[in-house]
Design a protein around this ligand. Structure first.
Ligand code: HEC
Length: 118
């Protein structure tokens, strides 16, 4: 078993790299419910602190911290604000209670990402 020390070292390295900053954020029960749906529906275009297609969660949290229902309204009927990106698709087919859970997740994860910096 000549390879096993190398394998063990590799496994240790992988374990050391897996420091999911996101997991460190303590989420409320509502945000925890929204997290999985966010991953399925929104994460392709929205990341915690960097711009993908859409703005980062830190920016969204800054805009909607006091108005989570505003995120739900936007997701049902997206507006047009940023000229350098394509329009966001509507999520009017998703239950509004699910969108509210997603909104809570965006605010909590985005607030945490904003504090950590980019
Ligand atoms: C296909 C890509 C895509 C997906 C998927 C997507 N978005 Fe977006 N989102 C965008 C883009 C692009 C913008 C910026 C549009 C603009 O400013 O004109 C945006 C902007 C936003 C904003 C900012 C609104 C504001 O007032 O500035 C919110 C909130 C938002 N998205 C929520 C969501 C939620 C919630 C989901 C999942 C249910 C989602 N998005 C899924 C692309 C996406």
């Amino acid at each position: 078993m000549k390879w096993s020390p190398i394998l063990a070292a590799l496994l240790l390295l992988v374990a050391a790299c897996k420091r999911p900053a996101e997991e460190a954020v303590a989420l409320s029960p509502q945000a925890a419910k929204g997290k999985a749906m966010f991953s399925t529906l929104c994460a392709a275009c929205h990341a915690p602190s960097s711009k993908l297609v859409g703005p980062p969660l830190s920016e969204i949290a800054g805009l909607y911290r006091a108005d989570p229902a505003g995120i739900v309204r936007w997701a049902v009927t997206p507006g047009r604000k940023r000229a350098d990106v394509p329009p966001m698709p509507s999520f009017r087919g998703v239950r509004e209670s699910d969108l509210a859970d997603i909104a809570q997740y965006i605010i909590e994860a985005g607030t945490a990402a904003g504090k950590q910096g980019p």
